[in-house]
Design a protein around this ligand. Structure first.
Ligand code: ADE
Length: 235
């Protein structure tokens, strides 16, 4: 039987999962609480990683090593990098890239922005089965909400600047930006386990993000939880 790790960066992203879980046991490690139990009949470990790539990477490796999860789902919110993708829409990762990695100054022409030097891949492909299932789950939960599959970029920066946004669109052709998914992706890749990132858009990652993020984040997080629960029912 599968054991699924569910990672959310913020308290609001994991609180709802905890409410829906049964037979919960808690174990702490590295400043994170790992909630083990059952969610819609599946064995799960739910954890709030904290914000950023290092937290997400540490969290994912602990889930694999200490809790023996064989699948990882990262759910949460993101800023849109595409004018067709609006607040409340959903993006499922086809692959993830770390937009703040840049070794291009090294002179090695392979080291383009986003490329982690020495790694045999530029991006971290999400599991095809999981992303198809996640897309179906979105359509079932609310057929009116747009769902997109595409690249998600992550970095240790909250993007709230139109120029930065334009650069990221140009450089990475990504659909949205957040702060953890590609770190989860890298750890999943290194450990050869399937993963997917599901994000609900909370802002446009430009000058309006300071206003939109606090207004829409909570709602977006709640929707993201609903999507993951439906995905779990279908797994
Ligand atoms: N998460 C939600 N919105 C974001 C943004 N604009 N930048 C980075 N992470 C985010």
């Amino acid at each position: 039987m599968k054991k699924i790790g569910i990672i959310g960066a913020m308290a609001g992203e994991v609180a709802h999962f905890k409410e829906l879980m049964e037979a919960v046991q808690v174990r702490g490690k590295a400043g994170m609480d790992f909630f083990m139990g059952r969610l819609v009949g599946q064995d799960v470990v739910v954890v709030q990683s904290g914000i950023g790539k290092v937290n997400a990477a540490v969290c994912t490796q602990i889930l694999i090593d200490d809790f023996q999860v064989d699948t990882v789902i990262n759910s949460g919110i993101a800023g849109s990098l595409c004018n067709r993708i609006h607040i409340g829409d959903v993006v499922i990762a086809t692959d993830t890239v770390q937009h703040d990695v840049d070794a291009s100054g090294s002179g090695d022409k392979e080291d383009v922005p986003g490329q982690i030097p020495g790694l045999d891949t530029f991006s971290f492909p999400a599991d095809v089965y999981l992303r198809e299932l996640a897309t179906k789950a979105c359509q079932e939960v609310n057929a009116e909400i747009q769902v997109f599959q595409g690249r998600i970029v992550s970095g240790d920066q909250f993007i709230a600047d139109a120029k930065h946004k334009a650069w990221m669109i140009d450089e990475f052709a990504a659909l949205c930006t957040e702060m953890e998914g590609a770190a989860v992706g890298q750890v999943a890749y290194l450990n050869r386990i399937p993963y997917v990132v599901i994000r609900v858009i909370s802002d446009q990652a430009d000058g309006s993000a300071h206003v939109d993020f606090p207004t829409f984040a909570k709602q977006a997080m709640e929707h993201s939880v609903k999507l993951v629960v439906r995905l779990m029912e279908r797994l």
